[in-house]
Design a protein. Structure first.
Lengths: 197, 124
């Protein structure tokens, strides 16, 4: 299957039909849940403490449900209205915002105890409009994300880099914005599953 | 949109906006739900809140005067107070209406409980 981010921008690709298909596919659900559980593990949150988390590219709230199960409160941002509508139907507990991560995270400083993003960051590497400059959009995203996290917070962003250049592009912009840490490759034999934390 | 989210949300992603906080809030439909009360979470959240913005939003969207003008001392041990803050932050939801940037007047519609924070390319 070709990568969905080649086909159309996310807000177009995830129309009502795709959003529903995505959220009903048991294989996708399993993968999203596992990825999110792994992301939470990498967040190293204080034990048994309910935290306030940000879910970037929250989609229909599959990852949000995992955050809820672990007792956390969350806010999700996604660019695809159809996905968010499915999240509302699923009665997720988190609050939802329609927004473009490439325009920055619209929160004041020091709000969140951590951030997760499951399989969304690769979309930011594309230039879907003539005005899109991936480097600028990534930098805007990372710098605004850095600002809205508390001092001890981590961000765990799982994504599917297309190649090592893309990995490098993302890592560089994250570092430039003040993040440190690195890339965790959970499936070294797969070119698909890598996370940046 | 819960008032907790409103308390954190800004319009600073707009070009030329420096603070973009607090966002004005207009509601055409509001609902309340029941959310499990977690005193520890609320206590840990309170230092992060902009009290004045919460008080203002609660006066407009909820019941006027429901929250005090200022944060009370020793709130960690005051369950009644924590329950009030819990209700204001998590149980009142704006289903439709709009948010307004305090610096530019740009309006962000809220539909189906979801604020639309998308910007046009010439606004960033």
């Amino acid at each position: 299957m070709s990568r969905p981010e080649y086909l159309a921008p996310p807000e177009i690709f995830y129309n009502e039909e795709e959003a529903r298909k995505y959220t009903q596919n048991s294989r996708i659900i399993d993968i999203q849940v596992q990825m999110c559980e792994r992301a939470i593990e990498l967040l190293v949150l204080p034990e048994d403490q309910p935290c306030y988390l940000l879910d970037l590219g929250c989609g229909s709230g599959l990852s949000g449900s995992v955050l809820e199960e672990q007792g956390h409160h969350w806010v999700g941002v996604d660019i695809a209205q159809a996905m968010l509508d499915v999240a509302v139907e699923r009665e997720v507990e988190g609050d939802l915002l329609l927004g473009d991560m490439g325009h920055g995270c619209p929160f004041r400083a020091g709000c969140f105890d951590g951030a997760v993003s499951i399989s969304a960051l690769q979309w930011l590497c594309n230039a879907d409009k003539a005005s899109h400059k991936p480097i600028q959009r990534l930098y805007k995203f990372f710098s605004s994300l850095y600002a809205c996290l508390t001092r001890s917070a981590r961000a765990v962003l799982q994504f599917y880099p297309e190649n090592s250049d893309q990995m490098e592009l993302v890592t560089q912009q994250a570092m430039r914005a003040g993040f440190y840490g690195g890339v965790v490759v959970d499936y070294p034999n797969s070119t698909k599953a890598k996370s940046f934390s | 949109m819960k008032l907790l989210t409103h308390n954190m949300l800004t319009s600073k992603c707009l070009k030329g906006v420096s603070v973009g906080y607090p966002l004005g809030i207009n509601a055409t439909e509001v609902t309340t739900s029941v959310v499990d009360f977690d005193p520890e979470f609320i206590s840990r959240l309170i230092p992060k809140l902009e009290w004045h913005a919460l008080k203002q939003a609660s006066d407009i969207i909820g019941e006027k005067g429901y929250l005090p003008e200022a944060l009370i001392a020793d709130y960690e041990n005051n369950e009644e107070f924590l329950k009030k803050v819990h209700h204001a932050l998590l149980e009142i939801e704006v289903v439709s209406g709009n948010l307004v940037c305090p610096e530019t007047g740009r309006s962000f519609p809220i539909n189906n409980g979801i604020p639309n924070m998308l910007l046009n390319e010439d606004e960033v």
